[in-house]
Design a binder for this molecule. Structure first.
Ligand code: IPM
Ligand code: MG
Length: 377
């Protein structure tokens, strides 16, 4: 049948591209502890993005004032990653914008709208792939419950890597899921290394390997192989369905520490975890690769809030937590600590509605707390 032949040709091309991708994986690591200048790209994004990013920029400028003045840190505003521009040029990340982005070392990015359906890939997915940001790190912390979770979500493979390259025949649609040894090894390594360096003794591998036998089977097996390099750390494996239940089971949930999971399960469970912490507006997210890293809010661009005229009431907590992660990543632990302390102390309540404070009011209080913290230190 001609249709099947065409589908096979598509599959052949997909396989060739994936094999080629694996060849490009090994990259040199950027060493921020010895880098003379660090360029931070600021990307406003869509919807509530520019509102929360404006406040995140104010806070960043305050925290890094001296190093910005000394030109050790450069801030670069990146324009053009808006849904209007992306649709106009029909590219998820316009070429000139990507070029600008690649001149930076790290990025702080506001949420970007992903069109539903159609062919346009999400800008997030494109950036994660183009910059090879393979580790999506999402911490969730509820000290009063003893919860201190860190999710290591594989960020460049799984269901996402070919999410826009599925295939349709009349009455039938197929998507592809890809798991590679190298791709799994590097995310597992990142998770176990984090555990080792942070006094954790357990890493939970979460898949659906009873059903996705090839891809998730490989993910589990490779994670266990990597675990052998970390003798003090227990590796246990779970299925994603029961793990989503475990996270809402107060009797056991605080026993989990570090999670490592394929892309889509990681996407879903980190929203659940963020909600347990107080809402998706409360969790930060880091996309880390060897050369580049990108930090962002865990939530989307909230077009509904914009339509309802509520954009200025958007909660900047998530992007500010991401900002603290960025500061730690570039070895500015002191500035990161100050920001985390100020976020903990900030009493200003943003609810996303007119009942709460505005995004700017939150940042105003945060900046005055930072001033107090800086004066005391
Ligand atoms: C996330 C988001 C993205 C994802 C979307 C915006 C493409 O949900 O960062 O978790 O699915 O990865
Ligand atoms: Mg998500």
């Amino acid at each position: 049948m001609k249709e099947i032949d065409l589908a096979c040709a598509h599959f052949r091309q997909v396989l060739q591209e994936q094999i080629a991708r694996v060849q490009t994986m090994a990259a040199e690591k950027t060493d921020f502890s010895h880098k003379d200048t660090v360029t931070i790209g600021l990307i406003p994004g869509d919807g509530i993005g520019p509102i929360i990013m404006q406040q995140a920029e104010r806070v960043l400028k305050k925290l890094l004032a001296e190093e910005i003045a000394d030109r050790k840190i450069k801030l670069k505003n990146i324009q053009g990653l808006t849904i209007e521009n992306r649709l106009a040029v029909n590219q998820p990340v316009p070429e000139d914008v990507l070029k600008e982005i690649k001149t930076c070392d790290v990025l702080l990015k506001g949420p970007t709208t992903t069109p539903m359906g159609g062919k346009m890939e999400s800008a997030n997915v494109t950036l994660r792939r183009e910059l090879d940001l393979y580790a999506n790190v999402r911490p969730v912390c509820i000290p009063e419950e003893g919860i201190d979770w860190v999710f290591y979500r594989e960020n460049t493979e799984g269901e996402y890597v070919l999410g826009s390259k599925g295939y349709e025949l009349p009455g039938l649609a197929v998507d592809f899921k890809v798991t590679t040894d190298m791709g799994t090894r590097r995310i597992a390594h990142a998770a176990f290394t984090y555990a080792k360096n942070n006094g954790k003794n357990r890493v939970s591998i979460v898949t659906k390997a009873n059903i996705m036998k090839k891809t998730d089977g490989k993910f589990t097996a490779v994670c266990h192989e990597v675990a052998e390099e970390f003798p003090g750390i227990m590796a246990d494996d779970w299925y994603i369905d029961i793990m989503t239940a475990n996270l809402v089971n107060p009797a056991i949930r605080n026993q989990f520490q570090v999670f490592v999971l394929p892309n889509l399960y990681g996407d879903i469970i980190t929203d659940e975890a963020a909600q347990i912490q107080g809402g998706v507006g409360t969790a930060g997210s880091a996309n880390i690769g060897d050369r580049y890293a990108m930090f962002e809010a865990i939530h989307g661009s909230a077009p509904r809030m914009v339509e309802e005229g509520l954009a200025e009431y958007a909660n900047p907590t998530s992007i500010l937590k991401a900002e603290a992660m960025l500061l730690r990543h570039i070895c500015r632990a002191d500035a990161a600590q100050k920001l985390e302390d100020a976020l903990r102390l900030c009493k200003c309540t943003v609810t996303g509605t007119t009942d709460g404070a505005t995004c700017k009011e939150f940042a105003d209080e945060l900046l005055s707390l930072l001033l107090d913290i800086q004066e005391r230190s």
